[in-house]
Every structure is written in structure tokens, then in C-alpha cells.
Design a protein. Sequence first.
Length: 120
Amino acid sequence: MDWCADVLTVEALALRLGLSLAQKAGCNHLFVNSNNMEVIDIMKNGGHSAGGVAAVFNDYYFMVCDFYLIIFEHCNRESNKVAHEIARLAKFSLTSDWFEEPMNDIVSFIIDDVTVISNK
């Protein structure tokens, strides 16, 4: 994406890509984490938004209905390092789906995430 009107639009597109990836992978139980509280609130509110991306979120909400279980949770930015690293890498390279093994550039971030979870 070369240009986007606002942060909420970018977050909405990220949500769509994540939901599409989950569908491709055959996942039907999801925990969706975002450090954007507005995205979480909109999706918890049935996809209803008064903003310019209202129709987009409404469509995503109907997409969410295809999953057996989906929980939307807000997380702080530090908990979302893998997603931010993938977004940073996507600005400078071609994106692709991966299922078997993660991209080498994000392995250290994934290990840090697992380490934090296992130490709690």
C-alpha cells in the first residue's frame, strides 16, 4: 500500500489480512490482539463505526461471524512486536503467506514473545 488516509484505515486493512490468513489456515478459534483500542471497540460493538471506514468494519464483522469463536483483546504495543516487525518488513519487501516456518527476520521477536509468556 503506497498511501492510506489514516491510521484506522491501515488497522482495518491489517485486520482483514489477519482474518483472511486465519481462514486460509483453517483456523476457527481466534484471539485477535491489537494495540489500537478503536479497532477492538468497533469489533466488540458489532463492527459499528461512525467513521469513514464504517462499511469496511461492518463487512469484517460479517466475516468474523464465519469463525466458531473469536475474541478481540486490546494489548499494549510492547506485546505486539512481531506484528510491528512484519509491518516494517512489508514496507521494504514483497509480502507472502507463511505457514510452516516464519521468516528469518522475525524469529528473534517470536522467541522473545514465547519467552515472556513462559516466564509469567
